[in-house]
Design a protein around this ligand. Structure first.
Ligand code: DI6
Ligand code: FE
Length: 411
């Protein structure tokens, strides 16, 4: 038995370690992996003695934690380019939603699609993320809006993880829109979610968390409070689409229920940011939706920083507001549109994205004990990852499961 399954040498390393300043840069570094976990990392000159089943030089390339996309809606059928055209001619997202388009148009297409059709449509989206270094993807339901179709979406999401090799974490977003058959009866729909869908999802362990859309065109605070209370009772983590189009007190609401994250946040107030800081909720910023909607109100980045709220960045891949299957693009947009530094963007798609999924102890940095999902890059500095647009720079994505033959433990 060797001490290590794999030893990488001659590496430039950005550990993104929480207690290290900046990128946590190590030049002339080495990294050892055992049982799918990082067993040692540091300057090669300090490498302790040990033998490795395999040793590979990465020829000076950069290693970072594999990227994590912590907010996607990438399981869906159809597309909504017609609505994009309508918005370019002046229609608003809310107007289109109120006229029965928007999310409900994707609901119709998704209900009509078989599980295989949904899977086949979504797999290339997952593969596009993998091709740019993503090893962990969160996928939400929310285009089924009834028991069978929400379960169908979650099952397809789980299957995507099983067949693509990356870790998929699923989120029940049944409270995304009011389904047409519940028109004018949103409370009854919330009851259906709480009484039927949530218990079934929890007992079948089909979702890792519960999300909701807090907005005047979707659900209000009392409805979401009921849903979150039930989720907490069932031991499911919560997170919230908060303050995207207006300040609906979403950041405060999410914080009150101990949410892992509050996402979007363009209209979040100072008190919302303070509530998040107290609750330890991650701010997930979604520049793809900001860009696609032609939004001008930016999330309160300065307040998030001064209150030390952790900031993550995600693709929000969805057919309505963020038709973008690229986390690298989200990083570049987050720096240009929101003023995040390239370091914040990389931390936001590794360490802080892991935190947003409740996985801070498990992955997202290159530190001893962390899951060995590692991206190897053809770059000369990690800031480049938030600079190029649409430029392939991934040399290799090393997955813990590939090294262990699928035996890496999952939290
Ligand atoms: N906010 C978003 O940006 C997505 N969901 C949400 O609550 C949009 C989903 C869609 O328009 O299909
Ligand atoms: Fe979203």
């Amino acid at each position: 038995m060797s001490d290590w399954d794999l030893l990488l040498t001659n590496a430039s390393i950005a550990t993104l370690g929480a207690d290290t300043p900046g990128y946590g840069e190590i030049s002339d570094g080495a990294l050892a992996i055992a049982g799918g976990r990082i067993a040692w990392v540091g300057p090669q000159a300090d490498l302790p003695s040990g033998d490795a089943a395999m040793t590979r030089s990465v020829s000076g390339r950069w290693l970072t934690p594999a990227l994590i996309d912590c907010h996607t809606h990438l399981v869906f059928a159809g597309e909504r380019s017609g609505e994009f055209e309508q918005r370019l001619s002046g229609a608003s997202y809310e107007e289109i939603a109120k006229a029965g388009g928007g999310i409900l148009s994707t609901v119709r297409a998704t209900r009509d699609a078989s599980p295989d059709e949904l899977f086949d449509a979504a797999l290339p989206r997952v593969q596009a993320l993998i091709a740019e270094g993503v090893a962990t993807v969160e996928i939400k339901s929310g285009y089924g809006l009834d028991v069978d179709n929400e379960l169908k979406m979650l099952e397809v999401a789980r299957r995507l993880g099983d067949s693509s090799g990356v870790s998929v974490f699923t989120t029940l977003l049944a409270a995304h829109a009011i389904p047409p058959e519940f028109g004018g009866r949103a409370d009854d729909y919330v009851d259906l979610i709480c009484d039927k869908l949530l218990p079934e999802v929890a007992s079948r362990r089909l979702a890792d968390a519960v999300d909701a859309y807090c907005e005047s065109i979707a659900f209000g605070a009392p409805q979401i409070a009921k849903l979150f209370r039930k989720s907490n009772e069932l031991g499911l983590a919560v997170k919230l689409h908060a303050d995207q189009l207006s300040d609906g007190g979403g950041a405060e609401l999410a914080s009150h229920f101990g949410a892992l994250s509050a996402d979007h946040l363009e209209y979040t107030s100072a008190s919302g940011v303070e509530a998040m800081a107290k609750a330890g909720a991650v701010a997930v910023l979604l520049p793809g939706a900001f860009l696609t909607l032609g939004e001008t109100q930016r999330p309160p980045v300065a307040a998030l920083r001064s209150n030390a709220v952790p900031i993550a960045v995600a693709s929000d891949c969805n057919p309505g507001t963020s038709p973008m299957c690229s986390l690298r693009t989200a990083m570049m947009l987050a720096s240009r549109l929101f003023g995040l530094t390239p370091l914040e963007c990389l931390a936001g798609t590794t360490r802080e994205a892991a935190r947003a999924l409740g996985l801070a102890d498990d992955r997202g940095t290159l530190e001893i004990g962390k899951r060995a999902d590692i991206a190897i890059w053809n770059i000369s500095h990690p800031r480049e990852l938030s600079y190029w647009l649409g430029t392939p720079q991934l040399a290799e994505l090393l997955l813990a499961d590939t090294i262990t033959g699928g035996q890496t433990t999952r939290p």
